[in-house]
Design a protein around this ligand. Sequence first.
Ligand SMILES: NC(=O)c1ccc[n+]([C@@H]2O[C@H](COP(=O)([O-])OP(=O)(O)OC[C@H]3O[C@@H](n4cnc5c(N)ncnc54)[C@H](O)[C@@H]3O)[C@@H](O)[C@H]2O)c1
Ligand SMILES: [Zn+2]
Length: 363
Amino acid sequence: MKVRINLNQTKYPIYIGKNISSKSDKILKSNSIYSNKYLFIVDYNVPYRLVKKIIIKFKSKEIFIKRILFKEKNKSLKTVENILKLLEDKNFTRNDSLISVGGGICGDVCGFVSSIFKRGIKFINVPTTLLSQVDSSIGGKTGVNTTGGKNMVGTFYQPSIVISDLVFLDSLPKKEIICGYAEILKHSLISDKKFFDYLKKNHQKIFNKDSSHLKKSIFKSCLIKKKIVESDEKESNLRKTLNFGHTFAHAFESTKGYSKNLNHGEAVLLGICAAINFGYDRKILNKKDFKKIYEHLNDLKYSDLNKFFKRKDINKIVTFMQRDKKNKNNLINLILIKSVSKPILNNVYNKSTIKRFIQKLIN
Ligand SMILES: NC(=O)c1ccc[n+]([C@@H]2O[C@H](COP(=O)([O-])OP(=O)(O)OC[C@H]3O[C@@H](n4cnc5c(N)ncnc54)[C@H](O)[C@@H]3O)[C@@H](O)[C@H]2O)c1
Ligand SMILES: [Zn+2]
């Protein structure tokens, strides 16, 4: 399966399938990507036997491999510097390639390095988590965290090619599957009613890593993000709808101090829950769709904020929501939906409205 991303300045393909990464050399060749040197940056938790299967085919080239245990903590300028140093030491030129084999962190860091080394070298992304296959590998956002916050420094830089191999998902822990699923669900809610109905019916098969359902949902998700990114590459308008559920979600994660007890996917599911409740309260979201989405979140066990937060957390949550990047003039900006697949931008509310609403949810 293939999805083509067509942007003003560049285009590139995303290949999706099981065991396709072992044919990476051929895929690159068929897309006329030739380099003399390749630096593989590999997430430590990716089974190395799968990495070997890719690398063995590159044996006629000059290849370098660096395995890194990626965490949000080292999604940093220090790691960027270390990789830049490797490229410099090995005399990489603009025609050479950096290949990321890992999740969203590895991909964001490698994309950023590729965009700044000699003002841009070839970047090949092999995403190995469900989240990176359905979300972060599409659309060219790269970056790292600073003391100022998450993804504070970064660029828009598109890869030359993305190879999404389902074989990597075999070793992915269940709690990581939920991160990808939350973004898949978000994609369906902002743009595809039929896909939402499909997820509602088949989500358990996705959680059980059934190949054909995984493949279908990865493909669908890529198509949705493709459409959005192609119409608004630099996030001036429509791309903002990808933040659906995220203003709440980021505040939930921050309130919990990014603890393992609430990962990004779980926070997004709770964020979607808060956003649909808010939309329904304000008579923006219709009752039928509210009920359908609520039921699904209930099946997933993410329809009750009280399981995760106490009343004493409310002030913290509101304060974090006020710091959201989308806000202007001290007002809190939310992405809402009118119905499944009909998002609306620029809904602004003051702090006390949001606080009263969260007090209703957490009691
Ligand atoms: N660029 C974008 O548009 C965009 C969009 C969404 C998220 N992001 C970024 O993506 C990051 C999250 O990505 P993620 O969820 O992939 O997290 P991640 O990269 O931290 O990977 C999750 C965990 O899975 C492990 N892992 C990776 N592949 C594995 C495999 N095949 N088998 C077993 N374990 C494996 C990793 O070591 C890590 O522990 C965040 O930093 C976020 O800011 C970027
Ligand atoms: Zn997200």
